[in-house]
Design a protein around this ligand. Structure first.
Ligand code: MN
Ligand code: MN
Length: 394
């Protein structure tokens, strides 16, 4: 053992798979940094049992596409095989950096993490949409709708979510790519211009490129603008109802309050230190998560005695397969902030506590050895610590 390792052991012992008298030291290869980030993998709670899929993928393990003007990295079924319903892309645009004009088969939902971007979208009615999306802003382009993104003065960083886990950011329909793969004589015919107009065009897609920071939005409009798109392609979590809970807050955006978002429902959840996102499941869809700040722990109950606990920190993607029970604890000393995304037109969940509160007490007592105090004072009926969607709350 080197002196360096000895020092580390006395001040900050290496994590070991030891629980009381069980387990033992690792003699062979160690990756203490990863092990410290995932303590419940090395020393799981006694309640964890059975074979479970991986439900975590850190963006830090994703290949990053580094371009002039920005970068992107993705989490799809290739990285996280369980995530069949949704895929995510983490993207950064420098000031003036552009994600070029393009479209794709999947709907694109997005959340602005930092900075701001000017977005454009064009619909089947011939209407153009242009908006500056700031931090906390959201957009949704339904499948097939062409769009673009451009970083403003301070650049932009955001998370994109697509309603198919097999999506790849590397196979979208780009305007430059189509020009490059259409014969010049056909382009000449289509636009009624001479063929040599196209000799200087690039021969592949730009994808992300460095452009200029645009001026004010009212000086950056099309020459002949038809009507603008309605309902809007953008929104903000602030527009949704904020649900205050004992341990945190939640805001929901789905097709009830963000009409364009017909295939993706989302919640922005904050859990305070010591707080818990209570035991629940979703009756409509699997849950895709993106951790924005803080650190947390989620246990997933998969029926048949199977359960596993996963650790998350800012920059990680989490996933809960359809209908599996789960909870999320804040294990840090700062606010845990994350997105819950569903491939659905609506947000829906079943709370264990609320379900029990609405069940005949005698029936409940036959299942679980609980008393009247538990039933009368510790189950919540409508003092909602959860996020049950209620249209009348809006
Ligand atoms: Mn796109
Ligand atoms: Mn959930």
């Amino acid at each position: 053992m080197t002196n360096e390792n000895k020092d580390q052991q006395t001040t900050d012992p290496l994590p070991q798979p030891k629980v009381g008298r069980r387990g033992g030291q690792i003699f062979g290869a160690h990756n203490p940094e990863v092990e410290r980030q995932n303590p419940d993998m090395l020393t799981p709670p006694d309640t964890d049992y059975g074979t479970m899929p991986s439900l975590k993928w850190p963006y830090a393990l994703s290949h990053t596409r580094v371009e002039d003007g920005g970068w992107s990295r993705e989490v799809t079924i290739r990285e996280l095989p369980e995530s069949t319903t949704l895929a995510g892309v983490n993207m950064h645009l420098e000031p003036g950096g552009v994600r070029e004009l393009h479209w794709h088969k999947e709907a694109e939902w997005a959340f602005m993490i930092k900075g701001s971007a000017r977005i454009t979208g064009f619909d089947e009615n011939g209407h153009m949409f242009i908006d500056d999306v700031e931090e906390g802003g959201v957009w949704n382009f339904p499948s097939g709708i062409p769009h673009s993104l451009k970083g403003l003065e301070n650049g932009a960083e955001f998370i994109l979510v697509f309603d198919d886990g097999a999506f790849s950011e590397n196979s979208t329909f780009s305007i430059t790519d189509w020009f490059a793969h259409t014969p010049n004589d056909v382009l000449a015919k289509n636009f009624s211009v001479p063929e040599d107009t196209f000799t200087t065009f690039a021969n592949g897609e730009k994808y992300i490129y460095q452009g200029k920071v645009p001026g004010p939005i009212n000086q950056d409009l099309p020459k002949h603008q038809n009507n603008t798109v309605k309902p809007s392609f953008s929104s903000r979590f602030d527009y949704g109802k904020k649900v205050n809970m004992k341990g945190g807050t939640a805001r929901i955006l789905d097709s009830h309050n963000f009409e364009q978002s017909t295939t993706i429902a989302a919640a922005l959840v904050e859990v305070e230190p010591g707080g818990i996102r209570e035991l629940h499941w979703h009756p409509n869809e699997a849950e895709w998560q993106y951790y924005l700040e803080g650190q947390g722990r989620m246990s997933v109950f998969a029926s048949s005695g199977k359960a596993r606990t996963y650790n998350y920190q800012a920059g990680d993607v989490g996933y809960v397969p359809f209908a599996m029970g789960h909870y999320i604890e804040n294990t840090g000393d700062t606010t845990l902030r994350f997105l819950e995304i569903f491939r659905s037109e609506r947000f829906a969940e079943i709370s264990l506590s609320q379900w029990m509160s609405q069940t005949p007490p005698a029936l409940l007592k036959e299942h679980l050895p609980i008393d009247n105090d538990f039933i009368n004072h510790h189950l919540h009926a409508d003092n909602r610590p959860v996020l049950n969607w209620n249209k009348n709350n809006m």
